[in-house]
Design a binder for this molecule. Structure first.
Ligand code: SF4
Ligand code: SF4
Ligand code: SF4
Length: 324
């Protein structure tokens, strides 16, 4: 059955092969930009969190508090934490990975970061051997290929940039909050706080430093990371770099290493910000199989439209029948 009007399917429900920027109407956009975050070389310094706050003027959120469950002090991504470094304590042996050692870009030997060396508990032969490791991981908005936050925003505050990223404009957001439950990762949030705090009530998240990208600069968090755990660049090139890194770690015996968000065929059409993890996504607080939450909206609208046409036809028939 052909519907009597066009359905509003002009958003990102499913990205085409040209990429999200072209789908959003940009003509001849630059190559898609994003992040590859290699958590195996994160040292948990939180320079990325701080750099994000400084560059973007994001207010304080629990800087002087510990959560009680971890040495982390910010807990999760949110309206005032656009980058979040998770600290996860595990009773698990290091699997042979060279953690805290940066991966050189040109394929040369690993770079010693000058961190103090030590024996792990029990290695000296004195006392009982205990297995323990930290997982540290810097999380951020995924800049999804199929971004549900973007699909549901009624004001155009959320938009797709020419770099293929998703940005929220705080001067256009009306604070309706539709985007908050739409995000399958729990990234975007309305800011809470006392009157006078910047942008209270407004939805906030990482902009992938849109202002810096426009000026040809690297995003602040990647610029500040001392280990190059956060790598910024063209998404296609980063995906290849991530695959090579996974191969190296697997060859070194780190068989738990895996990529998260790099598959363009996943439930959000692939993320613009993807990760190398050393354990299951759930361990890092990430959903194992995220799906764009607006996936079923076109079918639902079609059904609603068919029902509306049926109702209208019934009403007309009843009216005409009543006059005979
Ligand atoms: S992670 Fe959430 S906030 Fe970020 S682009 Fe995807 S749906 Fe939007
Ligand atoms: S890209 Fe910019 S806005 Fe996004 S987390 Fe990094 S510093 Fe913050
Ligand atoms: S700046 Fe780099 S090494 Fe430091 S916490 Fe962030 S991602 Fe990890």
């Amino acid at each position: 059955m052909k519907l009597p009007f066009d359905l509003p399917l002009n958003q990102s429900f499913e990205a085409g092969p040209e990429g999200p920027a072209v789908d959003a109407g940009w003509t001849e956009p630059p190559s898609r930009k994003g992040f590859f975050t290699d958590t195996s070389i994160c040292i948990g310094c939180k320079a990325c969190e701080v750099a994000c706050k400084e560059w973007n003027g994001v207010p304080q959120d629990g800087i002087y508090e510990l959560l009680g469950s971890s040495y982390d002090n910010t807990g999760a991504l949110g309206a005032s934490t656009w980058r979040h470094v998770a600290f996860i304590e595990q009773r698990k042996p290091l699997g042979g990975e060279q953690t805290r050692v940066a991966e050189p870009e040109a394929g040369g030997p690993p770079v010693d970061l000058g961190m103090p060396s030590f024996s792990r508990p029990g290695e000296s032969g004195q006392g009982e051997r205990s297995d323990f490791r930290w997982l540290m991981s810097s999380d951020v908005c995924k800049h999804c290929t199929d971004a549900a936050c973007l699909d549901v925003c009624p004001t155009g505050s959320l938009f797709r940039t020419e770099f293929g990223t998703v940005v929220v404009q705080d001067d256009i957001c009306n604070g309706c909050g539709y985007c908050v439950p739409a995000c399958p990762y729990g990234v975007i949030e309305r800011r809470e706080g006392e009157p006078g705090v910047k942008n209270v009530g407004i939805a906030q998240k990482c902009t992938l430093c849109y202002d810096r990208l426009g000026a040809g600069k690297t995003p602040a968090c990647a610029q500040a990371c001392p280990t190059e755990s956060i790598q910024f660049g063209d998404v296609d090139e980063l995906r290849e770099r991530a695959r090579q890194r996974i191969r190296k770690l697997h060859d070194a015996g780190v068989t738990d290493a895996r990529l998260y968000g790099a598959d363009p065929d996943d439930g959000v059409g692939g993320a613009g910000a993807f990760f190398l993890l050393l354990d299951e996504p759930e361990v890092y607080g990430l959903p194992p199989d995220p799906v764009v939450t607006t996936r079923d909206l076109p079918a639902m609208w079609k059904r609603a439209a068919v029902a509306a046409v049926g109702l209208a036809a019934t009403a007309v028939a009843a009216f005409v029948g009543g006059r005979r």
